[in-house]
Design a binder for this molecule. Structure first.
Ligand code: FES
Length: 101
């Protein structure tokens, strides 16, 4: 299993584990995080927006143009923003921290 930490909007650290191949959205929802995932991973809602620990950004698959277009519409997006439905958890990401905006 791959260790992940979500930082809540209140600043609490919620530790969880995910299987390789799951999305960060699936792992976050299972850990009780308020990530709606309204569009079911179609890159159309941004309710799964998270801020990735910059130390891990380069280990993620780069975003598709559709993901970047969606993030462009998110006011609080930063350079470390990703749509959690598009981030596949791999062993490379062991120890990753993602903050809810
Ligand atoms: Fe809608 Fe990720 S679930 S963009």
């Amino acid at each position: 299993m791959i260790a992940l930490t979500f930082i809540t909007r209140d600043g609490d650290a919620v530790r969880t584990e995910a299987a390789s191949g799951e999305t960060l959205l699936q792992a976050g929802q299972r850990a009780g995080q308020p990530m709606e995932g309204t569009c079911g991973g179609q890159m159309a809602c941004a309710t799964c927006h998270v801020l990735i620990d910059p130390a891990f950004l380069d280990r993620l698959m780069p975003p598709l143009a559709e993901e970047e277009d969606m993030l462009d519409l998110v006011p609080e997006a930063t350079r470390s923003s990703r749509l959690a439905c598009q981030v596949r958890v791999t062993s490379e990401l062991d120890g990753l921290t993602a903050r809810l905006p």
